[in-house]
Design a protein around this ligand. Structure first.
Ligand code: ADP
Length: 262
């Protein structure tokens, strides 16, 4: 479990988290809210990059104030926005191997982890390529592989599909689904409500450093006024309502609900 209890945080005296309570297990949680609402600041507390000025954060029972980022990043992997700025090695292999090598693993174990991580994101065979030659979606998947190679239990993905075309987005969505199925807890920071409805089980909305919603995705899009916070209801949700089939997450679900009528 990742648990935040009454977390406060200020940059240079300006409070940007104002008493956040939060918990998540091995689920997919979408963290949403307008720019500047505190999403990244909160997420950086979960791998110890930031420490609360008041309150506390526990990751599987470990208080982040008592552990280093290096220790915590074995539990919580953070894939930053625009991952290409993170790449500095000449080959995909070395890029993914960097973290495990730093753990002091044997070269055999490093190789095993790199292979496994690249396979998990569908990049097997890319070992000798240079990271800069990859497409946007491949770069995003490489960034996920780099973090996966540390075998974290939880993954934080910051805007993982921004700037990707539909096909690349689909591939990243599939990777996220399969990571979840293999037992990872995933915190998805995103502006994209279509992505939220496709992937998330729960939604947490931050606004002005406070948590204003925390509940199932269905409740978020049907009973909560998302537009009030500048967020759009996904088209598929609108369509499901108009067709009288209730809350749906995909066109396939609409078709299934309509059954023989189509
Ligand atoms: P979000 O991820 O929701 O866009 P952030 O957590 O990035 O929000 O930012 C929350 C607030 O903290 C914003 O007002 C932002 O300007 C401020 N902030 C973020 N990072 C820093 C920083 N390194 N120094 C000072 N202020 C910051």
């Amino acid at each position: 479990m990742i648990e935040a209890e009454n977390v406060h945080f200020a940059y240079n005296g300006k409070e940007v988290l104002r008493g956040i309570d939060f918990e998540m297990g091995q689920e997919i949680v979408a963290l949403v809210g307008p720019n500047g609402s505190g999403k990244t600041t909160l997420a950086k507390h979960f791998n110890g990059l930031l420490k609360p000025s008041k309150g506390r954060v526990l990751v599987d029972g470990l208080d982040t104030r008592e552990h280093t980022v290096a220790e915590l990043s074995r539990l919580v992997g953070y894939v930053f926005q625009n991952p290409e700025h993170m790449f500095f090695e000449e080959t995909v292999f070395n890029e993914v191997a960097f973290g495990p090598r730093n753990l002091g693993l044997s070269e055999e174990e490093v190789e095993e982890r790199v292979k496994w991580a690249l396979k998990s994101v569908g990049l097997e065979g890319f070992e000798d390529r240079t990271p800069y030659s990859l497409s946007g979606g491949e770069k995003q998947r490489l960034a996920i592989a780099c973090v996966l190679a540390m075998k974290p239990k939880y993954l934080i993905l910051d805007e993982p599909t921004t700037g990707l075309d539909a096909r690349a987005e689909e591939e990243v969505v599939e990777v996220i689904r399969s990571l979840h199925e293999s037992g990872h807890g995933i915190l998805l920071i995103t502006h994209d409500m279509d992505l939220v409805v496709r992937l998330a089980e729960r939604v947490v909305l931050l606004h002005g450093g406070r948590k204003l919603f925390d509940g199932p995705v269905e409740e978020f899009f049907t009973a909560f006024d998302v537009e009030k916070y500048g967020l759009e209801r996904p088209e598929v949700v609108e369509l499901g309502e108009r067709l009288g089939v209730g809350f749906v997450r995909s066109i396939e679900e609409i078709l299934a609900k309509l059954g023989g009528e189509v």
